[in-house]
Write a protein that binds this ligand. Structure first.
Ligand code: ATP
Ligand code: PRP
Ligand code: MG
Length: 284
């Protein structure tokens, strides 16, 4: 039975379970459950702290896991990214009291105290740049470390930036990394077993279903080339004859975030009855 690690709490937990459900897997009904067997798919889900997931997968005790890219890098435990799952996007950034740091380059941090819940990410970042700084490991509420005099600078997850603003801090410098939820496996593991390949394909299918919509419209045959140039689809659009002579119906997948622009342009080339429908599942 395939063994998968899923976040049990926190930002990634709900969206991870939702995505697995959309991919056709059974998920726990009680948030206190730490194990859920999906007999039909021959998969067992273990609900774990997202920070621990790379450790279990890196050791080979679990086959695959869902965690954050920042947590994967921080753990440095022999697990590697297999697929970006697209939710839980955040940047990992330096922040300080505005004006308190003399510059925003790595060397400007020399000798400073940097508080973070991601000491592995930070140690590596400093080592790679040959900068000596003191990394202070905290568990959370890192923003408080500066006003409490424990650190000069923090390095933390920033999503909306609201937490930093409320603490009177501002980001500086380039983002340390861009994080997202990721599917991970043991580094350098042999080929995926069939059940793991199937899970990967299903998750890729969910990503496509989320990214694309189905567009259908009618257009005069003499404007078909112009319309199809706007909606080339994945392989090629489906074109079927309409009962009304000289008209055809077209169906093609288009990216959700482009659909309104494409509809405007289709209308301009003469397309009518332009309809958009969602895709619930997909295997390309
Ligand atoms: N707004 C956010 N706050 C915290 N983590 C976020 C946010 N957005 C995305 N993430 C990602 O979620 C992961 C951290 O999840 P984790 O469950 O450890 O912390 P959390 O969501 O802050 O929960 P808690 O602090 O309550 O334990 C990281 O990969 C991080 O990049
Ligand atoms: O940019 P924002 O949208 O404000 O989100 C980022 C903040 O959210 C998280 O804190 P969390 O609430 O998890 O508390 P913690 O520091 O105790 O983990 C994270 O550590 C940042 O502080
Ligand atoms: Mg947190």
């Amino acid at each position: 039975m395939l063994r998968i690690a899923v976040p049990n709490k926190g930002t990634l937990s709900g969206p991870a379970a939702q995505m697995l459900q959309e991919a056709g897997y059974r998920q726990r009904s009680d948030p206190k459950d730490l194990l859920c067997r999906d007999e039909a798919n021959d998969v067992e889900f273990f609900y774990l702290r997202p920070r621990d997931i790379a450790t279990y997968v890196g050791s080979g005790d679990l086959d695959l896991g869902i965690t954050g890219r920042d947590l994967l890098i921080d753990a440095d435990s022999g697990a590697e990214e297999l697929l970006d799952l697209g939710f839980g996007r955040a940047t990992f950034r330096f922040a300080a009291v505005p004006g308190s740091i003399k510059g925003d380059g790595p060397a400007d941090l020399t000798g400073l105290r940097v508080a973070t819940a991601y000491p592995g990410v930070m140690q590596r970042w400093f080592t790679e740049r040959g900068v000596t700084a003191e990394v202070i490991r905290l568990d959370g509420a890192v923003e408080n470390a500066i006003r409490l005099g424990v650190a000069d600078v923090i390095a933390d997850v920033v999503e909306t930036g609201a937490t930093l603003r409320q603490a009177g801090l501002a980001t500086f410098g380039e983002p340390i990394l861009k994080s997202s939820s990721v599917l991970v496996r043991r580094s350098g593991a042999a080929d995926l077993v069939p059940a793991a390949k199937q899970l990967l394909r299903r998750l890729q299918g969910v990503l496509v279903a989320r990214r694309y919509v189905m567009l259908a419209y009618d257009v005069r045959a003499d404007a078909l080339d112009a319309a199809v140039a706007l909606t080339p689809g994945i392989e090629s659009p489906t074109v079927s004859p309409l009962h009304r002579e000289g008209w055809v119906a077209v169906q093609a997948m288009v990216q959700r975030d482009e659909v309104h622009r494409i509809m405007d342009e289709l209308y301009e080339v003469g397309a009518r009855a332009i309809l958009v429908t969602g895709i619930h599942a997909c295997r390309l």
